[in-house]
Design a protein. Structure first.
Length: 82
């Protein structure tokens, strides 16, 4: 799978069924080349502009499943959206 394909998938938290948004970036370990985390913009940001830098960084170990249309993650501490 390519990183650009991840951007087309909606991220859902399985703990509360909350839609978190879409992947805008990934964090990669420079030494191993492995994906460390996926990054989702939070409310108030528009393509990285007009908002605080409060991106949601989801560690790769919390990604449960990547399906054809969605990415399921397990984030028990995520607060509900306003």
């Amino acid at each position: 799978m390519r990183i650009c394909e991840l951007r087309e998938k909606e991220v859902i938290n399985i703990c509360n069924c909350e839609c978190l948004g879409f992947v805008v970036d990934v964090e990669i370990d420079e030494c191993t080349g492995c994906v460390r985390a996926i990054i989702i913009p939070r409310c108030g940001k528009l393509w990285g502009f007009m908002g605080k830098n409060n991106d949601l960084v989801i560690p790769w170990k919390q990604v449960v499943k990547i399906g054809p249309d969605i990415i399921l993650v397990e984030l028990p501490e995520t607060k509900p959206s306003k």
